[in-house]
Design a protein around this ligand. Sequence first.
Ligand code: MG
Length: 213
Amino acid sequence: MTYRSLFFDWSGTLVDDLPPTLYATNAVLAENGVPPMSREEFRERFRLPYPEFYHEVLPGVAISDLEDTFRAAFRESPQGVTVLPHAREMLDWCHEEKIRCFVLSSMDEGLFLQQARAFGILECFEEVYAGVIDKRERIRELIRTHQLEPSTTAFLGDMAHDIATAKHGGIDSIALATGYDPIERLRKNEPTYLLDDLAEVREWLSQESPSSS
Ligand SMILES: [Mg+2]
């Protein structure tokens, strides 16, 4: 497959932010008198769009009342965010191949920009869309706005919602096993491709790239 444009999810796809996300989620739960979740329980129950998750674990609590606590705890987390292995190599390879790259993420925009700048990878993207609660509602518009060809565009993500978003946009989904959703859940949602990590994606795509022959 020769893709000319790629949408990347952020959390669990390019960066590992599960430790601070779990820490911040547990801070929000504690503030509302709910016991903390283990990493396993969180991965089992968390889903996007995230208001659905909070509606389930904290019924009747407005999302807007949780955000300040979440953001503050995320920044104070003893374990920070790290760039996932092979992410930089993947983005460098896309740059060499002139593949247009975009971010489409639910991550709070302030937190996203802080991370992307700190890691020096913000300039890898033609445009970034963060703080998107339901990615399905934006994907078609973004494909139009940037005049992308759906048959050579894919969405790379680590959650069932990312697969659903790609389907909604009429583009391929490349599910990655490096993030939040367990592999069985990804498989059940029938992504176009399911791969272990970005090294595997790069290897696969570079074998099929015109410049490699
Ligand atoms: Mg993700």
